[in-house]
Design a protein around this ligand. Structure first.
Ligand SMILES: O=P(O)(O)OC[C@H]1O[C@H](O)[C@H](O)[C@@H](O)[C@@H]1O
Length: 245
C-alpha cells in the first residue's frame, strides 16, 4: 500500500548500504508516554501522539549507532497536520544520517498541479544519476516522470491543485531540501503497489535533509518539523507572504 508520510531514516533512496529509504519506515514504533517537553504551542489546541523508535539488534548490525527517534504527530482544530522529529545521539561516537518526510499528496489530476517555491533552485535529478541542474520554470508542472531533490529551498512551499481549487501549504524547519516525485505511466506499471493509472492522483513533495547529511555528536539532538495545511486556491502570493511571516 502506498500513501501517508513514510519516514525515510537514516538513509534516503539507495545512496548508502541500507535498504531503500532506510529502516525507520518499516519498523513498529512504540508509544512514548513520557517524551521530553516541547514548546506549549506544539500541544495547545491539538490532538497528538508521541512515538519512539530505538534501534533493534538487527538495525545495529547494519547501522551501528545508538539513537532515540521521537516523533510527535499532531492534528490542529483546523485540520493542520504537524510532524516533529527529534533524533538524539545516545552513542559514544558521532553519526550521520539523511532524512525525509516522504509525503504523498492526493491530487485531482497531476497535469493540473503546480508547485510554487522551488523556482530558480538547483536540483539533483535522480533520473540522471543525481546530476545537478538549475530549475528554469516559473513553477514546477508535470508532463512526465519527475524524481528530483531541490536544494536549499525556502521553508514554505505551495502545491496548487487547480481542479480541486485547493492548495497544500507545506511549512518546514530543519529540512533544507525538497524531493518531488511522480512515477508517471511507465514506472507505475512496474510498481506492484500502485495501480496503472494511480500516478495521476498522487504527488510526493518531501521536506528532507539529503544533500548535506546531518551529523550528531554524542548527546546532540536534531529536530525536523513539517506542517501541512490545506487552503482554498484563491491563494496567491500575498497569502504566501502571510504564511511566511
Ligand atoms: O518505492 P519507494 O521505495 O517507496 O520509493 C519511491 C520513490 O521515493 C523517492 O521519491 C525517490 O526519490 C524515488 O526515486 C523513489 O522511486
Amino acid at each position: 500500500m502506498r500513501g501517508g508520510i513514510p519516514i525515510c531514516f537514516p538513509q534516503f533512496g539507495n545512496c548508502g548500504s541500507l535498504e531503500q529509504h532506510g529502516f525507520a519506515r518499516n519498523k513498529m514504533w512504540s508509544i512514548d508516554n513520557d517524551p521530553p517537553p516541547l514548546h506549549p504551542s506544539d500541544s495547545d489546541g491539538k490532538v497528538f501522539v508521541d512515538l519512539l523508535l530505538s534501534p533493534a539488534e538487527e538495525d545495529l548490525k547494519c547501522w551501528p549507532h545508538c539513537f532515540e527517534f521521537r516523533l510527535r504527530v499532531s492534528l490542529g482544530m483546523n485540520g493542520d497536520l504537524a510532524m516533529i522529529s527529534r533524533i538524539r545521539n545516545i552513542d559514544a561516537k558521532p553519526f550521520n544520517f539523511s532524512f525525509a518526510y516522504h509525503t504523498y499528496l492526493s491530487v485531482s489530476d497531476i497535469s493540473e498541479v503546480r508547485i510554487e517555491g522551488l523556482e530558480t533552485l538547483d536540483y539533483l535529478d535522480n533520473l540522471c544519476q543525481r546530476e545537478r541542474f538549475t530549475e528554469q520554470g516559473d513553477a514546477i508542472t508535470f508532463e512526465s516522470e519527475v524524481d528530483r531533490i531541490y536544494l536549499g529551498s525556502p521553508n514554505i512551499i505551495a502545491v496548487i491543485d487547480h481542479e480541486k481549487k485547493r492548495t497544500f501549504v507545506i511549512k518546514k524547519e530543519g529540512l533544507p531540501d525538497v524531493v518531488v516525485w511522480n512515477p508517471w505511466e511507465k514506472k507505475s506499471k512496474s510498481m506492484t503497489d500502485l495501480g496503472d493509472e494511480e500516478y495521476k492522483q498522487m504527488l510526493c513533495v518531501d521536506g528532507a535533509a539529503i544533500e548535506r547529511q546531518i551529523t550528531l555528536k554524542p548527546g546532540e539532538e536534531w529536530t525536523g518539523r513539517l506542517e501541512l495545511s490545506v487552503v482554498p486556491s484563491s491563494y496567491c502570493s500575498d497569502d504566501l507572504d502571510h504564511f511566511r511571516s
